[in-house]
Design a protein around this ligand. Sequence first.
Ligand SMILES: *[C@@H]1O[C@H](CO)[C@@H](O)[C@H](O)[C@H]1NC(C)=O
Ligand SMILES: *[C@@H]1O[C@H](CO)[C@@H](O)[C@H](O)[C@H]1NC(C)=O
Ligand SMILES: *[C@@H]1O[C@H](CO)[C@@H](O)[C@H](O)[C@H]1NC(C)=O
Length: 249
Amino acid sequence: MGMVRAAWFLLLLALLAAADARRQKGGETACDKGWECSGSRFCCNETITDYFKAYQFEELFAKRNNSLAHAAGFWDYKAFITAAALYEPRGFGTTGGREMSMKEVAAFLGHVGAKTSCGYSLADGGSLAWGLCYNHEMSPSQSYCDDSNELYRCAEGVEYYGRGALPVYWNYNYGIVGKGIKQDLLNHPELLEQNATLAFEAAIWRWMTPMKRKQPSAHDAFVGNWKPTKKDTLSKSRELAFEHMMTSL
Ligand SMILES: *[C@@H]1O[C@H](CO)[C@@H](O)[C@H](O)[C@H]1NC(C)=O
Ligand SMILES: *[C@@H]1O[C@H](CO)[C@@H](O)[C@H](O)[C@H]1NC(C)=O
Ligand SMILES: *[C@@H]1O[C@H](CO)[C@@H](O)[C@H](O)[C@H]1NC(C)=O
């Protein structure tokens, strides 16, 4: 999985860098102040819509509407941007200058791609082209209900299998994430496979929020807001710490 993520990340960076070069060369206006900007003071200035456009999203997730893709027609650019706009004021894709911002979005989408890909190395276009193929776990082996959790009790008739852009599993995780994005995911986990904006919101919320006490968020680890201490077994590099963060998401 680590290799797959790394490959995703490099591909995304290459695409973003190419687009950036094109943009600067062409001297075109970076933003048309369209729907994606309404209500955001961050919009169109070193923000995600400034360096990551719809056509790039289409290129990155080229096979997601293919007839073989399980979530065909579900994911779109607008959903990602709408969700991202809520977290840009908190630094998502807007921290540390353009290069760092682009890298963070690439890393985030790389993880999303790796976790939602149905591609195999022999798939048409290679496995990397098949991100956002799923929006939920296909053959759950259980309902992921932890009865011992008193804070987030399982709702009746509801299953907590993996759903979303960075799939959420288990009642307690649906409870925590639901609280984070202000949606009743404990009673309605299906929202994450019915609404792509909420699916991205949940994923970005988890990216921005520490999942365990004394751990940084993936965002903080990635942009360098958090420095590993000498005692940390994972202090070798930020990348390793970051990988560790991701596996705990
Ligand atoms: C973009 O943001 C920078 C830094 O916040 C600011 O200095 C600059 O004036 C802004 N440019 C525009 C066109 O809003
Ligand atoms: C894929 O489907 C989405 C949602 O229906 C749509 O917005 C997008 O344009 C489609 N992309 C392609 C490449 O067909
Ligand atoms: C998805 O959720 C968002 C945020 O709550 C909401 O604004 C939007 O209307 C929903 N979309 C659909 C298709 O239900």
